[in-house]
Each structure stands twice: as C-alpha cells, then as structure tokens.
Design a protein around this ligand. Sequence first.
Ligand code: FEO
Ligand code: CA
Ligand code: CA
Ligand code: CA
Length: 585
Amino acid sequence: APGRAVDAPLLGFKPVPISRADTVTVPEGYTTQVIAPWGDPVGLAGAMPAFRWDAGNSADEQAAQLGMHHDGLHFFSLDGSRSGLLVMNHEYVDPDLLFPDGRAGWNAEKGRKSQAAHGVSVIEVREQGGRWEVVRPSRHARRITASTPMAVGGPAAGHPLLRTAADPAGQRILGTFNNCASGITPWGTYLTCEENFIGYFQPPAEPDAHQRRWGLRAGEQAWLRWHLHDERFDAGRHPNEPNRFGWVVEIDPFDPASTPIKRTALGRAAHEGATTVLTRDGRAVVYMGEDAANEYLYRFVSRDKVQPGGARANATLLDQGTLSVARFDADGRGRWLPLVHGQGPLTAANGFADQGEVLVKARQASDLLGATRMDRPEWTAVDRQGWAYCALTNHSRRGTSGQPGVDAANPRANNTMGQIIRWKEDGDHDGAVFSWNHFALAGDPAAERPEARGTIRGDAFGCPDGLWVDGRGVLWIQTDMSSSVMGRGEHAGLGNNAMLAADPATGEVRRFLVGPAGCEITGATATPDGRTMFINIQHPGEGPGDRNDPAQPRRYSNWPDQRPDGRPRSATVVIRRAGGGLIGS
Ligand code: FEO
Ligand code: CA
Ligand code: CA
Ligand code: CA
C-alpha cells in the first residue's frame, strides 16, 4: 500500500471553490477523463451496439450497453494498477432521457429497456500512456439487469415469505434494481445494495400492515409502469414479490457465468452501503445504512472466519452470522441490538415465526428493539484507527408533526444539511457496545439559520452521501443535495454537488472536486498504487422540473458530450495527477 513520509500532511492539494458550471472541476495539477458513459457498449463479444444520440437504442441493445445512473463502483485489479475490472451500479433511469420521446406511450418495449438499463455492469479497463480505456470485447464484460436470475442465500432462502407463483421454492429471484451504494469483500467479490425497491411495485388496493411499513400506499402508483408488462411487479397479485428485493447481492466479478446471490442474513432494508472489515480473529463485519427517513443502521458479524482461497472458499460466509441494529445513547455510548429470533421481543407471539421472518421484516424487528431512528443513513466507511463512519444525508422533516424529535445522534430539527456520525466498538468490530461522536455536522457557515451552519473544519458541504477511505487513510465525502434544493434556499451557497477529502485524525475537510450541473457525485475507488481514482457522476442535468414542460425548465446539462443533438449521460470520471502522483497528497 502507498505510504507517506511520517510528517507529510495527509491532504496536500489546493482546494477548489464551489461552482455551478456544467463541468468537472479538480485541483491544479490534476486531470480528468470521462469513460464508460450510459449507453456505451460494455464489450460483450458479438454484441457491441453503438450509443444512438437520440436514445433510440432498443431494449436488447441496452442490455449490452452500460446502464443509466451510475452509482457505487469498485476497481478489481487484473494486472496491478494497469488494468482491471470496473464494476458499477446503475441505480435507476430517467425515462425522459432513456427514450427519444421520453415516457410518452409507455409500452412493453419501454418497460424492457428500462429494466435493462438498471442493475450492474462489469467492464474491463486498462491504462496506456496515462489514459484509460474500456477493453472491447472482453471475456469479463457483463451486464446484470432487473431480470437476471439470482440465487438466494441465508436464513430467508426458500422462506414462505419469498415464495411466489413463478418461484414456488423461493430460491430463484429475477433481477436486482435501484442498486445504490456498493461494497467489496476481502475475498474479492462485489456487494451491490438494493435501495428504493418498493417504488417499483404497484400497491394493492388495501396494503396490509407489513406492506405499509415498507412503503406500499393505497392509491399510489409504481413510478415506472413495469407491472403492465411484467405482472410480478403488481403487489396486489403477487404480494411476496416485494419481499424478494431490499437485499445485499454478492457478485463474483471474475466469473461472468456466476450467479449473483442475495444474502438474506444481512437483512432486508432500503440498503445503502455494505462496508466490510475483519475482526482480529478473521470474521467478516459488514456495516450497512438504510437510506430512508427514520430508518436504521445495521451491522452483520459472520459466524465463521474468512478462509484463504477467494470467492470459492467463502461462498457461504455471508449466510451465517448475527445481524444487529444500532442504538445511539445521549451519553456518547451506544449498543448493537441483535436481530435474533427468540431473543427479546422477536418472538412468534409478536409476529416473527422464525429467523427468516425477522430478516424479511427487519424494520419491524428494529422498531420493537428500540433502535435509533436516523436521518437517512447512506454510505459507511471504516478508517485506519477502526472508527466506522456513516453519512446521514438529511431529514428536513425531523422535529415536525408526526415525525421523531431530535436526539443526540440526529440533533437538528429541519435537518436540511445532514451529518457524518462515527463510532468505535469496545474491543473489536464485533463488540456489543461502542462510543460515538459526530465527525461533522454539514452546512454552510453563511446560512441564515444557525442550525444550517454546521461544524465542518474546512470547506462547506451539504447532504453527505458517498463515503470511502482510500489506501492512505483519506476519508472521501461525496455530496447529494437533491435537485429540488441544489442552488436554492439554504443550499444556494454550496454550488453543485462535490467531493471532499477529509483527514480523520484532524477533522480537516478540503473540497477536491465539483461536478457538472444537476448531478450527484457517487462511487469512489482507486488503483492499488493510489495514482488513478475513479468516481461516478450520476444524473447530470437533473432538475426539479419536467424537461418536457417549458413552464418548469430543468437546469439542463449536456455533460459530458456537450453535443447539441445529445443528452446528458451518467459516466465514470478518471482522476490522475499530471506528474502521476498520489491522489489527494
Ligand atoms: Fe440512492 Fe441513498 O442514495
Ligand atoms: Ca446514495
Ligand atoms: Ca443520496
Ligand atoms: Ca442517487
């Protein structure tokens, strides 16, 4: 791993100012290169359809191209820092951009194309003369979409709550979607997190208590119209289908024929983030946020130790272990509350027949355990001193009528800015109790409302989302101010979404990168030598209005192609230094 001189500061670059430009801004001496935008072929031999600038590619073509709305990503090395696999999530789609005529005349082909634009891509990339390129064709190239067959592992595999007419055994699920944050395992696999899955299901006329707890509301509509051509998305006809989503999915990126596996032992949630570390005796610990207002922060500890031998030797490691949910107490201490059937209130009398039901209904179990209702927990990360971090992105309704009041961990009502919380278990990462504090409350020191000013030691930011600790120990922070607030009100002084670098020891924060108009910054990874960093730009050009409605103009972007006949595309940005130095130093 790249080291540093004992006295050299962790952060060595000159920070960039806020910006509202439709471009990527990085510090002096740094370069950027755009690769792998939505619609470019992933490199399947014999199927490399070019992107059509009017978005006229068919559903079948989209299934061989990078999906839309890039999110979490990771670089898996093939040859040191010169070539590797980039694996990335495609969280969702913008139907106004996905088709030449937008969402008008929704039909089966549009449904199939939008399903094919979701999921995960595996592409091979290599560096030559300081430039990176996608290798096409590549025997590693792969698309995983909302219809790719997946297996199920852990206590909820085959559970009655996972059985459907199409899958009476509850063992084979089609697809993954709304894949937001990602993680990796020490045995070389990729973890993709199913986030806001519930909105893809057409609610039944009268949702039951379980369906309501997970967000199915009478009278609401599935946001895409998948149920019209794929009836499993009609939750009235197939009430268990939503139970088959909201999982962390493990993918072996080195075997394009491998079957992705939904790991139910890690619990069901609107998953965001799955950061894995090892206990000193070699068991896997996975920290996971659930990005929804008033939901929870989770930790899974494997029963068994990680074995040498890569993915094959650890093929069921994530299937046995203990899932817990966090309670943050006012005295700076906290406790992990186990979600174990038969313990405490998690009994048959309270509606949990077995461990599988506890995992499918993790929210209800966490409610009964008295876990802390958080300000939308997004990505997690662990630093070199063993502190674990979670970005709590915002919760503007906290403290309002019908919502939780403030608490020590979520200390601001009308929390428009978010905060980064961190904790450290007593003993080891599997410890039952922990100490915690806030790394920073986000905000703008110039904000009129004192509560929106924050406690950042350095450059201002709002709505932290992505977190990643690099090989030198830098904590990278990526922001996701939503398009409904970006550039307005309390967020007016914060510019476009940004990526900042922080020193976990000193708390210093410096703005490293600002994204193009309307985007969020998400996903961070680097080559092993620390000299090439990859991030994703998601939804450039997204605005609060409707692109097709002149009365509600969007802040339209044409990043990255800037073609008058084109459209904004999510893409990966390669960051290097002119002299080839360590990123951030
Ligand atoms: Fe998909 Fe929580 O961001
Ligand atoms: Ca996110
Ligand atoms: Ca977010
Ligand atoms: Ca997003």
